[in-house]
Design a protein. Structure first.
Length: 276
């Protein structure tokens, strides 16, 4: 099998967008006080030793019911239009694709998002058409189309499951990833992956990819010394190859560093194909 596809894998909250997906969508829709809402979730998680995303998804339904609001797929789809992206994100995918087409013939690229955010919202975003697949937390919807309970919960550590799904080409939940698959049979080797994240919640994914000779970049918002420090700490800990401001415009430092990693991976792929 020719392993000539490069996968660019993105976190969503704080990576492609300045705020979390909830801050643009469900929190204003339910007229929640953001600080109090998250504080209540953290307090319950600490008191019960529960999983934060599981508690969040349950509490969301409770808050909606108290307001007489039904959380439906259509509701999530409507909310997706409210999301604001970092500068250049909407053109980023086309610019990267064009760079590879121009400079690296026979090399393919796939873009993925892995997020703890709502899958139904991610599916309806304006950038979805540029992505090979998106993975996010999901509700089970009853026969009336109403969200009833969390069906899939994506956390810091479970994100790594989806990296293996990309690696093995088994992106449906009905497909098991537990069986052994020879390295040379995997559609996208980890060393062909570049992970883009923004903080400590991305460490398990960054660590997995880096351990398997893949690559990672940490981004931070402009004028945010706190987030820049987080990125520098990740660089010092060898969790990432580069750090850059979350400016996705063509010829920005982030774009140039991404192209440098693409050049390096492409050169290795071409060499391996030549000697095999």
């Amino acid at each position: 099998m020719k392993q000539n596809t490069i996968a660019l894998v993105y976190d969503f909250d704080g990576t492609l967008t300045p705020k979390t997906i909830q801050e643009y969508t469900i929190i204003p829709r339910l007229k929640l006080n953001s600080e109090k809402f998250w504080a209540d979730i953290l307090n319950e998680a600490n008191a019960t030793d529960g999983e934060i995303m599981m508690i969040y998804m349950r509490q969301l339904i409770s808050h909606a019911e108290s307001l007489g609001i039904k959380i439906t797929k259509d509701e999530f789809t409507f909310m997706a239009d409210k999301i604001k992206y970092f500068r250049g994100v909407k053109d980023w995918f086309t610019n990267i694709n064009d760079y590879i087409k121009k400079n690296h013939k026979n090399i393919k690229v796939s873009h993925y998002v892995i997020s703890a955010g709502h899958h139904e919202i991610l599916q309806a975003t304006s950038i979805r058409k540029n992505l090979t697949n998106v993975f996010g937390s999901q509700y089970y919807f009853d026969k009336h189309g109403n969200a009833t309970f969390p069906k899939i919960v994506v956390t810091d550590t479970t994100k790594t499951q989806f990296l293996f799904r990309i690696n093995k080409g088994k992106e449906k939940f009905s497909e098991s990833i537990n069986s052994h698959m020879p390295e040379n049979s995997r559609p996208i080797p980890f060393e062909n992956m570049i992970y883009v994240g923004d903080g400590l919640t991305d460490v398990p994914s960054m660590a997995l990819i880096k351990k398997q000779n893949g690559h990672a970049i940490s981004v931070y918002p402009k004028k945010s010394n706190q987030q820049k420090k987080v990125s520098n700490d990740l660089l010092s800990a060898n969790r990432v190859d580069f750090i850059a401001e979350a400016d996705y415009t063509k010829n920005s430092p982030l774009y140039k560093k991404m192209c440098l990693l693409i050049d390096m991976i492409s050169a290795r792929i071409k060499y391996e194909n030549a000697v095999s």
